[in-house]
Design a protein around this ligand. Structure first.
Ligand code: ADP
Ligand code: MG
Length: 140
């Protein structure tokens, strides 16, 4: 699947709709440069899960957790981590065994090897200031 968006709102909407192509529980890796729109897309995914809280970037906390009566959203931003060992020291491997919602991961490349199950990968490419090319694939 490959879709282009022209502004932030379209990317949020895509996040809302992309959930139809995804089987929950799951892990979703969000790949793309700084400012590509990973956190923006996460806002749409949260909406699809009926999470009403404001989704903010977990850059400083590394993990933001959102819970509803139906499901959970674990939103990771591994930007500040330098290795898989650091993630293991923080006990994050435990989260990746969870099957009670959606686990979103930004900057997974910093903690390669942490995910030991099939996952979805959404790649966001910045084409211009406001245009993004967004693709979804399954990594088995
Ligand atoms: N089509 C678009 N999709 C998503 N974000 C966009 C788009 N066009 C412009 N933007 C802007 O790009 C920035 C993306 O930021 P963010 O989602 O935090 O990126 P990341 O999490 O990948 O670092 C926001 O400031 C947003 O307003
Ligand atoms: Mg981000």
């Amino acid at each position: 699947m490959l879709i282009k968006t022209k502004n932030e709102k379209e990317t949020i909407n895509l996040g809302k709709n992309i959930i139809k192509y995804i089987k929950i529980p799951c892990v979703i890796v969000l790949s793309g440069d700084l400012g590509a729109g990973k956190t923006t897309l996460s806002k749409g995914i949260a909406k699809a899960l009926n999470i009403t809280e404001l989704i903010t970037s977990p850059t400083f906390t590394i993990l933001n957790e959102y819970k509803t009566s139906k499901t959970n959203l674990y939103h990771f931003d591994m930007y500040r981590l330098n290795s898989l060992d650091e993630a293991l020291e923080l006990g994050f491997d435990e989260y990746f065994n969870k099957n009670d919602g959606v686990i979103l991961v930004e900057w997974e490349e910093n903690v390669k090897g942490l995910i030991k199950r099939p996952y979805y990968k959404i790649t966001i490419k910045k084409e211009s200031n406001n245009e993004r090319e967004i693709s979804l694939e399954e990594i088995l």
